[in-house]
Structures are given as C-alpha cells and as structure tokens.
Design a protein around this ligand. Structure first.
Ligand code: NAD
Length: 484
C-alpha cells in the first residue's frame, strides 16, 4: 500500500521537493509499513514559503470578503465531493478507522471552510461618536500566520487553522506533524483548484526544528499551535520574543462527572466516546471519569460489557470501530502508563494489553477503576484508549477534585438535574464543556482551553478576534486646539 504524494511540500501554488532535507517515513499504523517517504524542509524552502505568503497576503487582504468567501466555499464543496478518497488517505496517515474519518475529520474541516466563508463578509468595525469628532475602527488581517499541527486530527487541524486565517485576509504557512504529513498537502491542492491565489496556503514538512524556524521568522505575525503542553510552552515563549499573536490548543486531562441520577446507558456511551474514539487520541477526552458511588457498580459492569464488544481491526474495514495508535512511540508510551497504573494499585476492569492482532500498534480498550487523584493515570495525559474511573460522594467534592489539575481544556457533566448541571459547569475550570453530551465540537462553538491547556479559541465568532487586529481611527472634524 502506498500513499506517496507528488512531492513533500506545497509552496506558492505548486508541489516542491528538495531531497537535501532529512527523510520522514510515513508509516501506516495498522501494519507498520512505510507508505510514503518525504523530506524535511530545508532553510531555503522555509524561506520560499514565507516569501510567497508575504507577497500574496497584501493583495488578498485587499480582496472583497465575499470573493474570499466564494473560494473557501468552493473548496468546502470539493472536500465533500472527494470525501471517500480523503477519508481513506486520512486513515492511512493516522490509522483511524474509516468509520471515523468519513464523518469526523475532513467533514469537520469542510464545515470550518463553510462557516468562516459565511462569517468573512460580516466582519466590520464600529463607529464611536465623540460629539463632533468621532472614531471608527477597522478589523484588519494580521498578515502571515504560521499553523503547526498535531498528529491526531491532521486534516481537521489544517482546516480549522487555515479557514479563519484565509477568510479574514491572512496568508498561512502550515507545518503538519511529521507523523501525519499527508492531509495538509491535499488541502493545499484543493485550495488552488478552488481558485485560491498561489502563496496564500503553503505546506512545509518537518520536525520541531522546522516549526521553530517558522515561529521565530520576522515575517510572521501569528502562530497557532495544536500540540502538547511542553511544546506549547516552547512555542509560546519563542513567539513572545517577536511579540507575535498566538493561539495555543494544547493537551488536557479533562473530567467527566457522572451523577447517580444520570441515564446509565448515555453516561456509559459518553464515557466510551470520551476515551476510545480515535483510540483515545483526542485532546479534549474525558479521561478522568468521576462516577458517584451510587451508580458506580452498575456503570462499571455495563462499561465492561460494551468495551469488550468493541471491534478492533483493519481501519479500512467498514466494520472496524477502533484502530491502532498512531506510532510505535505512542504505543510504548501508552503501554508504559498501563503498567504504571497497575503498579500504583488501580484496579483493571478490562483491557490492559496490546490487542491480539498480528501487526500494528493496537491496544485494547482499557478501563481502570478505583483510581485515586494522586495516581499517574489521574494526573498525566495518556493519549490512548485508557479510561480512569474515580469515585466520589458529593457535588462539592467532585468539583474540587475535577479542578485540581494544571489542565483546563474540557469537562462534562451527566445528570438529570438541570440546575445542578449548570451549577457544576459554572464552577469547572475548563474552556469547552458539555452537559449530557461529550466531545461534540461543532464549528459554530468556540473551542479551546483554560490554564495550561491553552490560549485563545478556535472556531465560532471567537476566532475573528484571533485572526484579525483592530485599528482605531480618530477623525477630527474641527480646528486643531494647540496650546502653543
Ligand atoms: P507535539 O507537541 O509533540 O507536536 C505538535 C507539533 O509541534 C508538531 O507538528 C511538532 O513537530 C511541532 N513542534 C515540536 N516542537 C516544536 C518546537 N520547538 N517549535 C515549533 N514546533 C514544534 O504534539 P503531538 O504529539 O503531535 O500531539 C499530541 C498533543 O497535542 C497532545 O498533548 C494533545 O492533547 C494535543 N492536542 C491538542 C488539541 C487541542 O485543540 N487542544 C488538539 C489535538 C491535539
């Protein structure tokens, strides 16, 4: 099986190769086979991409918003038309089952293009009367934006970053994760076919050092990173040197609080979606499942039955519900966390081992009960199909313990008591919350984290603030009153 792209990079409207760059092997996680061989961007290519973006951005900023919108909408339609082909490529790149990539990854990206196309022409300034003189404001693009992606939702991330950037008149240089570099190249192709002028969306491949070179370049006005908290700290600090705008979409250890009165079947289903979707490689996952003691036994026995019925296997098979982890590195990391959980005294309810398939980086859906707040499993992001179930007695206790983490990406509450639901959500320190639902992230809703989980928001009207800047213009209507 091969998924070799035309070339490694897409710069100024065309595929570009430079074999002087270090090799990046793209691995299909279900078999461990090399499906493509790419090269990292050399300094010369990074420079070309930034130069192209800088050149193209001025004209684009001067283009009517409805015209920008028309191109984005055309690109969204093309993504939908090519849905099956793109889903299969995403599956090869990430190992996620086509069951997911058909409905979640590119479709959610197309939604972002459509949404920001609709929003672009509505972005306006305001007029501030001063009784004669007045001020008006303009919302202007930032300039050249850098997008850096994680490997778990590579194409969705490329769309979520580029759609608002382009809609509001910016250019973007995007560096996908070196683990999943293929989808962003397809997006670049689609944008050009949809009529986007060359140079506005460029893709350069590479590891952290390529990202570092982009972040510190003086031509760059903004950096949007999706990645881990340690990388976020480095990138935020590097961007600060140049006083650049940032959006940081980072990791989490999000609480999902299930009260005794919740619908058992819904709570179990949500906890599974919050831990096993994409083999648990979702930043907003509810990985600390706090279950009130009255419902705990029923919850765990139903969860065990449903988890053990999950279908693992070939991600390209329609019937497969869970695929492998993205890489051997991730597999080793997740198995390490499972071993530590066992050593630290968590009770294994189900799973806890590699899945018995002949190839690939598969791990069984795993549930640990009797997890306590001090265990590694309750404190660190695992990024694999490993659920930690913790028990609690009272609402106050659940809130205090849910908030006792450096992270603040997401949180969920399951209860039939609607006033309690709102009361609890009101006290949780998390940027993205759900009541009787989990992990739904429609483009209409702002998405992002509090505390160490991030800065800024993607999606929703909130994204306008993060891809534009305000210019205020004072207009003097009378004589200048100079005291000298
Ligand atoms: P990572 O932090 O290892 O890498 C993210 C990206 O940053 C990659 O493209 C990498 O090459 C690049 N990078 C690494 N060092 C860099 C540096 N010094 N300068 C510039 N760029 C650098 O993350 P990952 O392992 O690819 O992804 C998993 C992490 O991403 C998890 O922590 C997950 O929670 C997080 N994530 C967050 C969100 C969100 O929206 N909040 C979404 C998806 C994933």
């Amino acid at each position: 099986m091969k998924a070799q792209p035309t070339a490694s990079h897409f710069i100024d409207g065309a595929y570009v190769e430079d074999t002087a760059g270090a090799v990046i092997d793209v691995i299909y996680p279900a078999t461990g086979a090399v499906i493509a061989r790419l090269h990292e961007a050399t300094p010369a290519l990074i420079d070309r991409a930034l130069a192209a973006a800088t050149r193209a951005q001025g004209q684009w900023a001067a283009t009517r918003p409805v015209e920008r919108a028309r191109i984005l909408r055309r690109a969204a339609d093309m993504i939908r038309d090519r849905g099956e082909e793109l889903a299969q490529l995403e599956t090869l790149d990430t190992g996620k089952p086509v069951q997911e990539t058909r409905v979640a990854d590119w479709p959610s990206g197309a939604d972002a293009l459509e949404y920001f196309a609709g929003l672009a022409p509505t972005v306006t300034g305001e007029t501030i009367p001063l009784g004669g003189d007045f001020v008006y404001t303009l919302r202007e693009p930032l300039g050249v934006c850098v997008g850096i992606g994680a490997w778990n939702y590579p194409s969705q991330i490329a769309c979520w970053k580029s759609a608002p950037a382009l809609a509001f008149g910016n250019a973007m240089v995007f560096k996908p994760s070196e683990v999943t570099p293929l989808g962003a190249l397809k997006l670049a192709e689609i944008y050009i076919e949809a009529g986007l002028p060359a140079g506005l969306f460029n893709v350069v491949q590479g590891r952290g050092a390529v990202g570092g070179a982009l972040v510190t370049d003086p031509r760059v006005a903004k950096v949007s990173l999706t990645g881990s908290v340690p990388t976020g700290r480095k990138v935020y600090a590097a961007a600060a040197e140049g006083m650049r705008h940032v959006t940081m979409e980072l990791g989490g250890k999000s609480p999902l609080i299930i009260f005794d009165d919740a619908s058992l079947e819904d709570a179990v289903g949500a906890a599974m979606m919050a831990n096993f979707y994409s083999a648990g490689q979702v930043c907003s996952n509810g990985t600390r499942v706090f279950v009130q003691k009255g419902i705990k036994d029923a919850f765990l026995s139903r969860l065990k039955v449903r988890a053990e019925a999950m279908v693992l296997g070939d991600p390209l098979d329609d019937a497969t519900q869970m695929g492998p982890l993205v890489s051997d590195v991730q597999l080793a990391k997740v198995m390490g966390y499972i071993d530590t959980a066992k050593t630290e005294g968590a009770r294994l309810v189900t799973g806890g081992a590699r899945a018995a398939l002949n190839t690939g980086y598969f791990v069984q859906p795993t549930v640990f009960a009797d997890v306590t707040d001090d265990m590694t499993l309750a404190r660190e992001e695992v990024f694999g199909p490993v659920m930690a179930v913790l028990d609690f007695d009272t609402e106050e206790e659940a809130i205090t313990r849910a908030n006792a983490t450096e992270f603040g990406l997401a949180a969920g509450v399951f209860t039939a008591d609607i006033t309690r639901a709102h009361r609890v959500i009101g006290q949780l320190q998390a940027g993205t919350c759900w009541i009787n639902a989990y992990n739904l992230t429609p483009v209409e809703a702002p998405f992002g984290g509090m505390k160490a989980s991030g800065v800024g928001r993607e999606n929703g009207h909130a994204a306008v603030q993060h891809y534009t800047q305000v210019k205020s213009v004072y207009v003097g209507m009378g004589p200048v009153d100079a005291p000298y």
